[in-house]
Design a protein around this ligand. Structure first.
Ligand code: SF4
Ligand code: SF4
Length: 115
């Protein structure tokens, strides 16, 4: 399994949506800095990283609201395709030098049949 604390790719590759009512357990005034209540998502910094992410992606990171992080973060599927894709987007090397999976759809291969 990859070490997420040496990665952070998913926290810097995707928009983090919040379920209705989520984010209220983040202490004020931190909540306003980190959560976009109007869009129901975590705010991004200038580098598109989640505003709650601390550290350097691909080296050493931590979530500053780990105990009350959103559901999508708790449920994020480590070592599945979204994880591999996040590392490719963020330019983080795969663990153990084993190449990340490359997703190819029928559309990429020209195999899709129109209707
Ligand atoms: S992209 Fe995968 S390995 Fe990296 S922090 Fe997220 S879940 Fe962990
Ligand atoms: S809330 Fe924490 S775990 Fe979720 S994307 Fe932001 S830094 Fe990562």
């Amino acid at each position: 399994m990859p070490d997420c604390q040496a990665c952070g790719a998913c926290c810097s590759a995707y928009i983090v949506d919040l379920y209705q009512g989520e984010g209220h357990d983040i202490p004020h005034p931190l909540r306003n800095l980190l959560v976009d209540q109007e869009k129901q998502e975590m705010r991004r910094d200038a580098n598109f990283r989640c505003a709650a992410l601390v550290g350097k992606v691909g080296e050493s990171v931590k979530c500053s609201i780990y105990g009350c992080r959103p559901t999508v973060c708790r449920d994020f599927p480590r070592e599945e395709s979204s994880c591999h894709r996040a590392r490719r987007i963020a330019g983080v090397k795969p663990p153990n030098g084993i190449p990340d999976l490359v997703e190819v759809s029928v559309y990429d291969l020209g195999l899709a049949t129109g209707s």
